[in-house]
Structure formats: C-alpha cells, structure tokens
Design a protein. Structure first.
Length: 359
C-alpha cells in the first residue's frame, strides 16, 4: 500500500511503502551474506573494514558518535528485504521509503518489545544511517565504486502521548536493487535470529550463501574465511572461535567439520544437516581426553577411540568440492596483503564472538 510522502527531503521524491503486518519468510541479500560489511562485535568499533580480494573492493567506515553498524543491526535490513520481496511477489508496488511500527520490526527479528528494546532499535537505526560503505560490487565499470549508507535517513513518529507510533526509513538504491533481483536474495532459517554470538551469525550467513543446499556441501580455507569476516581479532583467536563453533554445532540446517589437507592447510567443511554429524553430535563432542583436538569427519561409530592416522577419513570416497562454483573468489587468498583487519597482538581482548541482544 502506497501514499505520497509530504516531506521536503529525499522522502518527497518517493512514495511511502507500508510494510505488511503479515509475517513473511526472512530473506537476506546475498552480497551482505558473502562479504564483510558489519562489525561482529558489540564493542564500539570505529576502525574501518578494508577488503580487497579478487577484484572485489569494500571499505566500511563509521563515525565515533555511533560506531559501525553491527551484524545485529543488519536484522533490520533482513526485515526490509523480506517485506519488499513479499510485496513484489504479491504484485504490489514497492518503494525505498518504508514505514512500520517498532513493534512490527522488533517482533519480526525476534527481539523484545520493552522500552529498552525500542531504544536499542533507534540506536541500531542510527548506526545503520551513519555507517558508510564504498564498494565495487555490481558496478558496471571496472574499479568504479558505489558509496552509500545502509539507511539514507529515518524518521521517528510518536502519538499524542509521546509514545512511538512508527518509523519511516529509506534504504539505499544499491540494497534495493539487490533485493528486487531474485538471484540476489536467499531465504534464511528463522532460527538465525536466535543466534546470540556475532561470530555464529556471520558464519551462518556465509555458509547459507555459499553452501546453499548442495548435497555434498563445500569447503573454505580458514585463512580466506578470516579475510571474509572483517574481524579485528588475531587469526589465532579467529581459528579458536571457529573450532568452538564446530564443537557446538549451533548453525541451523548445517553440520560443520574441520579438515586438514596434506600440505597442512586447514579447511572448514559444511554440509546440510540432513547428513548426520558423527555420533549424532558435534565432531569432537564425545572424544576422550588424550585424543587429538580435531577429529576428522567420518570418525568411527563410538568416537571413544582415536582414529588411525589418515587424511580426513570419510565414508565417502571423495573430499567435498572447494567452493568455486558459487563464487569465483571463495577460496582465493590472492588479495590477503591488501586486507588490513588483523588487530595487533595486544588487541585480542576485542572478541568478535560476543553474545546476547545487540545494544
């Protein structure tokens, strides 16, 4: 449903799209799932994200007042994408100028509806509006960059008693065009909103984007995943957190494992959860003390004996395919030197895997 906006700003040139009160399937933009656009920590981050790999350039900048938009703030963009796609599929006109009540947004993304949650929502909108992105993704000319903020502007409306009555926000054209292209949107599991760790949320989006529902799953080199995360943590801390996720198996719909190639290269492998994990649990969840820290996928039935030395033993005859088909740069580390997100050794305290509701 649309009506003319009365504002004299950019809003005056757009028609107002009211998000339906229905509960559409959550959908995410593939570009946002595949690349480092958000801070993975609740810590106030102002240090830019610089990513330059295989011709894809991204720079994300924040202002000291609000800090960089976090992966929890990105839930608002998932809400927007979900309603835009739902309206388009229903034959309704859509617009970059969207309106909804805070209650509708918060309940869709699995948050509470207390006054504190409303304040957190407004803080998230501020971070999305003040965070700027410059990227070469989906630009017609090689090397050309598109610069935008995740939200061009937003307005809070209140009723006669001063209580929140709704918000209006304008999503950028770069995001809007991606959402309206079927090939650039993926449905995600609603359980995603229940993931409390920033690291868990980021990894789910990467796995969902690149793995899809491929029967045999895919593999990623840990070093390249580190580049794709934009994390401030040192690589050793990153690898530790990744192994902890493999141990916990929190990602809805997927089973994770660690594989080591002959040359010593460590890979994260993932496949749909319809393929049961060893022992029905995480890879090394039932390993007795004294067993190697990483138990290869395909470990024997009981998991009580250390497997004989072998290279990622599996019941299948072949290793998973490297993730080259869905994204040409998925396992490329050629641009590693150009990525400047690694923190100094004394910065290990800034853990990107913090949990809880975003503030």
């Amino acid at each position: 449903m649309l009506r003319k906006s009365q504002s004299r700003s950019e809003r005056a040139q757009l028609e107002l799209f009211y998000a339906s009160s229905a509960d559409p399937a959550p959908r995410d933009a593939q570009d946002l799932m595949a690349y480092p656009f958000f801070s993975l920590s609740k810590t106030h981050r102002t240090r830019p994200i610089d990513y330059d790999v295989a011709g894809v350039v991204i720079r994300v900048e924040a202002v000291p007042e609000h800090g960089m938009a976090t992966i929890w703030d990105a839930d608002i963009l998932i809400w927007a994408a979900s309603h835009l796609v739902e309206a388009r599929d229903a034959g309704l006109r859509t617009s970059r100028l969207m309106a909804a009540t805070p209650y509708e947004i918060l309940t869709f993304i699995g948050r509470g509806v207390s006054s504190r949650d409303y304040q957190r929502l407004k803080a998230a909108l501020d971070r999305l509006q003040s965070t700027t992105v410059a990227t070469t993704i989906r630009q017609p000319a090689s090397g050309r960059r598109h610069r935008f903020s995740w939200i061009n502007e937003w307005v809070e409306r209140t009723d006669h008693r001063g209580k929140p009555a709704g918000v209006e926000l304008i999503v950028p054209d770069w995001f809007y065009r991606a959402v309206l292209d079927d090939a650039l949107i993926l449905t995600i599991d609603r359980a995603y909103f229940s993931l409390t760790g920033g690291f868990d949320r980021w990894l789910y989006r990467v796995v969902r984007k690149h793995g899809g529902r491929q029967r045999n799953g895919w593999r990623f080199e840990l070093r390249h995943l580190y580049l794709k995360s934009g994390s401030l943590s040192p690589f050793k801390r990153f690898a530790f957190e990744l192994r902890d996720i493999v141990r916990r198996q929190p990602l809805p719909g997927y089973v994770l494992s660690i594989e080591v190639e002959i040359g010593g290269k460590t890979l994260l492998a993932f496949e749909p959860a319809s393929v049961p994990a060893p022992c029905g649990q995480s890879v090394d969840g039932l390993v007795l003390s004294g067993t190697r820290p990483i138990v290869p996928s395909g470990t024997g039935v009981s998991c009580y004996r250390e497997p004989k030395p072998a290279l990622t033993p599996r019941t299948k005859r072949a290793n998973r395919t490297l993730n080259l088909e869905s994204n040409s740069e998925s396992n490329s580390c050629s641009g590693r030197a150009a990525v400047n997100n690694a923190a100094p050794a004394d910065d290990i305290g800034d853990n990107d895997a913090s949990s809880g509701t975003a503030s």
